[in-house]
Structure formats: C-alpha cells, structure tokens
Design a protein around this ligand. Structure first.
Ligand code: PLP
Length: 409
C-alpha cells in the first residue's frame, strides 16, 4: 500500500512548489469531515478557502452534477444551452442585479470585471483611451493572473513576474480619505474585498463600505466588490456588504462556493449599463456558462437558501467568536471575525502560525495559516455547535503557553 509519505514524495517531485501544504493526504470527504489515506478523520476548518460552504459532497449538489453529466456537459457559447438562462435568473434575483457574466475560476471574474470597468470608463464616462485608473487596496488578494497580481501590494505575488499590468493605484485599506485623495479624472473604479481574507481576516472600520459607496456616486466611479471568498453566507450575510446599509456595489464578483465545492463556477454581476459594454467577440470563455456549471450552480445556491446557511453562519459565527475570546490569550495578538470567518492573529513572540496548524492537524483539525501569523478558521457553514465545541477544545489545548514554547523550540 502507498503510504502518505510516498504520495507526498511523488507530489513534491512532480509538482511545481507553488504551495506549501500541510503533510496530510486526504482521500475522502463528507459534510464537515475529511479522511486521510490511513482512515484518520479531520474536521475541515478551511473549506477549500470557502469553496465548500455547503459541505463536502452535498447530496443535492452531487445529484445535480450526476443528472446533468448524464445529459449534457458542454456546448460552448456558440449555442444556447437549457441550463444557463435559469441559473442566471436565479443568481441575479439573489444578488438583486440586472445581468451576470459567467466564468469559471474566481480570478477570471476579477479579470472580466477589470475589462468591464475599463470599457465602461471609455464608453460611458468619457475617460481618455488607455488612461483608466482603478483604485485598489494594500494587502488585497484578487487571484493569480498577471492582471490580478498587478493589483497586489505583496512582493511575493509580483517579484519576477513583470512587466505588470498598469493602471492600478494602491491605497490603505479602510482609509476613506486615502481613497478620496487618489481619485483623478481617469478613475473608473474602486476594487476591493469587503473583508480581506488572505490578508488575515482584516475587517475595515464600520461604515467604510457605505462611505465608499457615497464617494463613488459623487465622482461617477464604479464600486466593485470581490466577494469570491466572503460571499454566499460566509460572513453571516448572503453578501458581506449587507452588514452595512447602503453599501451595494455596482459590480459584485462571486466564485468559490458558487460551484458548491464540486465544480469551478464564477460570476460578474452588475447593471446592464456596465455589463452592456460587452458585445459579441469582445470577451469570452469556452467553459464559462456551460450547462454542467449552471446545473451545479443552481443546486449550490438552492442549498444555501433552503438550508438557511446564512443564518447558521451568523448564529454559529457569533458563538465561535465569543468562545475564541475565552481561549488562553498568552500567544494571541487579536481575534477577528464575522460569521463563520475568523482569524486568530498570533503575537510575533509566539512564532509563526504554521506549527500551530501542524499541531491542530495532529489533533484532527485542518486549518491553514495565512500571512505567517494568522490561523484562519472557515469551516463549512453546515457545521454544528458540537463540532465547533470540538474545534474549540483542540484550539484551547494548542493555544497554551506550553505548546508555544515546545513549538518554538
Ligand atoms: C480565491 C479568491 C480569488 C481567486 O479565485 P480563484 O478561483 O482561485 O481564481 C479572488 N479573490 C478572492 C477574494 C479570493 O478569495
């Protein structure tokens, strides 16, 4: 039998090392649980970066996948298919938007939105050709294509990959005055995550999104929210911007959980006045809007709504956050969270978060550090209170001064 060590060795030999996985080989998943090849069981507290909000292999989503796979999988957009239209209608209804454009991965939705707001700037706002500017924020994460990393302030994402895409202006996250100061006659959009996930669950000051909304209206600028990670219930609202009043964006990006953890599905949602800039031939994707994606997407949305996953996220997230505050705080610099999206930032004296995640793994909890010092917690939204208590118990044991000393030794 192949051991986990042998499987890991093969991956390390033949895969580019663009990730640093925890040393565990998963071979099965169901609901909030994962099993490794030795049959050991783990509580999934990452949910594939919020792509598995509905839980692993949700029966309804898997059934939709199988049924559609048995009928039709791909036509390209050269023809209509019988699944895409009704999916778009459901999605636009849910997000209260007029139109949507379907892509596959999250970063393609980002890329599509950059193209849309630039073209809108030239066609509708009258910005001089090739001069459009987009305001972005320090420590953002919008994915890994060249244009998405061109928006980034993180050297690890950009070093050695230049020349980068021009036209982005970085400002401090959460600082409305910095945004106002960065606006020029060429500004077409501000582009942001309503909570910065990769940056370590960074939550802007309350009111920032509504302030941005007003600022954008005053200057005729589009507000683009990347809710690829925060959307679809993760933060205790269907969309994170709904935590504030009057913060609805002009352009909303969804991905990850839109595919229910089984298939890549992403979308750009906006008004006709924005997505109307695309004419036949100006943008496309062979797999975008395919019938398998649409069938899976419909089931993924139905599960979130019918199983009240947004309310669960709000209630259990509030419980989780309260309980996290009661954990031993010796190594903890700050605890941040909204809904079932939480970050435990460790003091630099405690060392990096990685050994904590490795110790949690040994104790049957899978989560992943982000930005060195932060343990990110984002379990499937179907998690139950007793499973959260199990997580808290393990965290309690790991977050003791005793482990910190051992882990740093
Ligand atoms: C994951 C993520 C992306 C990129 O999505 P991919 O499917 O990995 O391309 C973009 N923005 C945010 C906020 C994300 O969390």
């Amino acid at each position: 039998m192949t051991t986990q060590q042998q499987i890991i060795a093969a991956a390390e030999t033949y895969s580019a090392k663009n990730y640093h996985p925890l040393p565990v080989v998963i071979s099965r998943g169901e609901g909030v649980w994962l099993w490794d090849t030795d049959g050991k069981k783990y509580l999934d507290c990452l949910s594939a970066y919020s792509a598995v909000n509905q839980g692993h292999r949700h029966p309804r989503i898997i059934q939709a996948l199988i049924n559609q796979a048995n009928r039709l999988t791909l036509t390209s957009r050269a023809f209509y298919n019988d699944q895409m239209g009704s999916f778009l209608q459901q999605l636009c209804g849910l997000a209260d938007m007029e139109m949507a454009l379907l892509m596959n991965t999250g970063v393609e939705a980002v890329e599509t939105a950059v193209k849309a707001v630039r073209k809108w700037g030239y066609d509708s706002k009258g910005v001089e050709r090739n001069r459009a500017e987009i305001i972005v924020f320090n420590e953002n994460f919008h994915g890994r294509t060249l244009t998405a990393v061109s928006m980034s302030s993180e050297p690890a994402y950009t070093e050695g990959f230049g020349p980068l895409t021009p036209g982005f202006r970085l400002v401090e996250y959460g600082d409305i005055d910095a945004v106002a100061a960065a606006i020029s006659k060429d500004t077409v959009a501000v582009f942001l995550e309503p909570i910065q996930g990769e940056a370590g669950i960074k939550i802007p000051p309350y009111g920032f999104l509504a302030d941005l909304r007003r600022l954008c209206d005053r200057h005729g600028i589009l507000m683009v929210l990347d809710e690829i990670q925060t959307g679809l219930g993760r933060t205790g609202k269907m969309f994170c911007y709904q935590h504030e009043r009057d913060a609805k964006p002009d352009v909303l990006l969804l991905g990850k959980a839109l595919g229910g953890g089984v298939y890549p599905v992403s979308a750009v949602l906006a008004a006709k006045s924005v997505l109307g800039v695309f004419q036949p031939g100006t943008h496309g994707s062979t797999f975008g809007g395919n019938p398998l994606a649409a069938a899976v997407g419909k089931a993924a949305l139905a599960v979130i709504q019918e199983e009240h996953l947004v309310d669960r996220s709000a209630e259990l997230g509030a419980y989780l956050l309260r309980q996290l505050q009661d954990l031993p705080q010796i190594d903890v610099a700050e605890i941040r969270g909204q809904g079932l999206f939480a970050g435990i930032e460790l003091k630099s004296s405690a060392g990096p978060a990685r050994p904590y995640c490795e110790e949690l793994m040994r104790r049957g909890i899978l989560c992943k550090e982000t930005h060195q010092q932060v343990i990110r917690l984002a379990p499937p939204l179907i998690i139950e209170r007793k499973e959260i208590d199990h997580l808290l118990l393990q965290l309690n044991d790991v977050l003791t001064a005793r482990f910190a000393r051992a882990g740093n030794a």
